[in-house]
Design a protein around this ligand. Sequence first.
Ligand code: GLY
Length: 392
Amino acid sequence: MAQVAECVAPAGPGVDGYLGVAQRVEADLTIVGPEVPLVAGVVDHFEAAGKRIFGPRANAAQLEGSKAYSKEFMARHGIPTARFQVFDDLAAAQGALSRFEYPVVLKADGLAAGKGVVIAKNKAEAEAALEGLFSGALVGDAGARVLIEDFWRGEEVSFIAICDHDTALALPPTQDHKNIFENDQGPNTGGMGAYCDDRILTPEQKDHILEHVILKTLAGMAAEGAPFRGFLYAGMMMTADGPKVLEYNVRLGDPETQALLYRITGGFADTIFAATDGTLPSARLTIPDGATACVVMAAHGYPGTPRSGDTIHGLGEAMEATVFHAGTRASGAEIQTAGGRVLGVTATGTELSGALDRAYAAVDKIHFAGKQFRRDIGQKGLKRYTKNRVGT
Ligand code: GLY
């Protein structure tokens, strides 16, 4: 970012620190990226100060801030989602396991940077995960309340829309890769790679999710006195029984953002501005045909305890892609790892295969000790298109 923008630290602690920056640089519009300041009320704080900002207020950000809130909201409004129960103590949760089949989904209620979901294959795994969640060992305070949910098979799709109360502009679908290892094995992460391609969903599926999930969510939030403005991200599972909502996020998603914004070549800032002044229906984004792919390179130890301080080599040679820095820091002339997900290597193509080839050509030139990445980003997309072409 420092190559194209001025990066500044917050002007003080908490959400007021962000307002201080927006006031100092006389920002016309502030777009909030991550969930933590949204849940902490950064939008409410900017609005009280008369500064234009795009994102949900704290009461609407609860859709991501509390999984129990969002599941109970979906149940109230008939939004398709898996059967669930909410627990505040370990013994009750362990006692309820007999009412679910394996694999079973265990979720921390609070914010956990994508690491609060465990899919347990049997009772022993489920009990260990419940202990880890309730004791704080897995995700700290976020696991003080836990949800047990039915597991649904299918493909995951990230469906994100730019929303302004009762109006939504759907962005092209993306697909994330949550597990740390190839073939969707190993623990969940925040996301090890994503691609964006219109063909992830048929036009009918897209219309269905827009109507039965996004617009229904907006109507429900408005009816409950928490109207939603911001990016609404519905994490969907495309089951044999129809699309179901796995979870909401109230932001663009990482690494979906890299893949998604790389496809939008015009109109983004104007569209977000329009969503803050009631003119979203007349806004236009320029999204050329084609596909994009983002391959995440993660640090040794991620998603457990990532190691920092490994020197990253080859960034200057990886010209096939744009390398977005996430967990890095400068140390003299070197760039070093400084977080779990270190880099998002992102490329475009007229076809998904070309975007993936370019992203992996760049990945293969970047080296750091203990680097982890998945070789199979986008493979489900490639298989889907091959299958459709031969008409099977
Ligand atoms: N990639 C999923 C998320 O951002 O939560």
